[in-house]
Design a protein around this ligand. Structure first.
Ligand code: AP5
Length: 215
């Protein structure tokens, strides 16, 4: 049965950073719901226009459109043998929908690494995050700086800061995570799928712990 891994954790825990490493190591498609929304935003699609207000406020995009977007992405050939999900599911309704859609394509959630990081660390991480607008690679000005200041190591693009990384929006994103997403910790623990990982360690150590948990 095809295996699908769900990376769980608050905003800034390192889901995107780890997904880049783990998907490469395990040769799995990386599905980031946040990146899918940002792509739609960039291309000014109807979905992008709808998502923008929610994202700017640090709120969740409604379940029905989010589930439809991820279902479409999972139906593509590169996800047939499994995938790494980053940022989805984020509500109990999304988790139920994921279980149903995977059962429909002969798959299942095989493990849920939960990257645990305290709130004060998250705020510092998101305040110092820089992203490549071309390839999506993520940096931190202190913890994971690019070789040349302000430029992506991979393709030389000028790095940008995300709109929703402003302090007030970050605080709301953490509140929304606690209220709406954190119940998934218990949901997956009860299914015997949760593997807790200490996300305050170095990026390399967190990767090793996640890979150990998955295997
Ligand atoms: P999304 O893009 O998913 O944002 P998020 O979950 O808030 O997560 P982030 O991307 O902010 O953080 P991350 O955990 O990936 O951390 P990163 O690796 O970058 O969602 C954005 C918005 O889209 C949502 O607010 C919502 O509106 C909408 N949305 C998305 N999915 C949705 C869904 N399913 N339902 C409804 N709405 C949805 O790391 C952060 C920083 O820390 C980086 O600078 C990095 O270099 C650094 N760092 C990482 N690891 C370490 C480490 N170990 N030590 C030191 N620094 C580190």
């Amino acid at each position: 049965m095809a295996k699908y891994i769900v990376l769980l954790g608050p905003p800034g825990a390192g889901k995107g950073t780890q997904a880049q490493v783990i998907s490469k190591d395990m040769n799995l498609a990386h599905i980031s719901s946040g990146d899918l929304f940002r792509e739609n935003l960039k291309n000014q699609t109807e979905l992008g226009k709808l998502a923008k207000g929610y994202m700017d406020r640090g709120e969740l995009v409604p379940d029905d459109v989010t589930i439809a977007m991820v279902k479409d992405r999972l139906s593509r050939p590169d996800c047939q043998d499994g995938a790494l999900l980053d940022g989805f599911p984020r509500t109990p309704a999304q988790a139920e929908a994921l279980g149903a859609m995977l059962a429909g394509i002969g798959g299942e959630v095989s493990s849920v690494p939960y990257i645990h990081v305290p709130a004060e660390v998250l705020i510092e991480r998101l305040g110092g995050r820089w992203t490549c607008p071309t390839c999506g690679h993520v940096y931190h000005e202190k913890y994971n700086p690019p070789q040349a200041a302000g430029k992506c190591d991979k393709d030389g693009s000028t790095l940008i800061q995300r709109e929703d990384d402003k302090a007030a929006t970050v605080e709301n994103r953490i509140r929304v995570y606690t209220a709406q997403t954190s119940p998934l910790i218990e949901y997956y623990r009860q299914k015997g799928l949760l593997a807790e990982v200490d996300g305050t360690q170095s990026i390399e150590q967190v990767s090793q712990d996640i890979l150990k948990a998955i295997r």
